[in-house]
Unconditional design. Sequence first.
Length: 251
Amino acid sequence: MFDSQTYTLPNGINIFFTDSGAPPNSDDYTTVVVLHGSAFNGSTFDKIHDYAHKYNIRVVVWNRRDYRGSTELTDAEIDDLNKGKKSFLDMLAAQMADFLKLLIEKEKIPRVQNNAGGIALMGWSMGAASTMPFFADPAVIKPEIYEILEPYVKNLILLDPPATAIGYQEISTQKIYDPWYDPEYKTPAEQFQNFCSWVSSYYEHPDLESYPPVFNEHKGDMTNATITKWSKEEFDKFYDEKAAVRSEYGM
């Protein structure tokens, strides 16, 4: 079981999130704040809530800006994002700080106690690009908020971040299939649909033990992709093409 909530941050920014709640009778649980990747929104993590309390964890999963329930990015903000302006990253950091402050105050989150308690931020896939700015420039966070957060925030977890999320140019001497450059798919919407099939598909790697590993240069069997096993209701719940095309295609 989990709850759904929306926090309103300064400037009227809404952040929708789900929350597993505090583990019963625990005053030293760790809160993991999760930010999802491209196209697949925070609902893809719903099942994790069922396991959180077993491990003395509270799981809070955002829907990032532009995704369902959270405030859309403005056209000017998307322009800053696509131009790689630091001001956009600073905005993400400040909004994360505002959210964590509210979470601490409203939910009485435990402070860091030795290796327990506190808050860990986790970015999955492209969500890594929205978690890292919070740790990048302390000057962006107001001193009075920084003072509140310091006893709580302890970890940054990057779960399978793409090279672009951490500023690396992808360089490969191998022929590998890239769903974004398949000429069969012309529009941003088609490319995201292809990406979602590819990223959830099963395929054989010829050799995982060699270094560098040999990757498959073909699409793989997309008819066996995880998304093909979802009901229409599940697909509509988990997949947010409009948000991905609008706010992440240019990245």
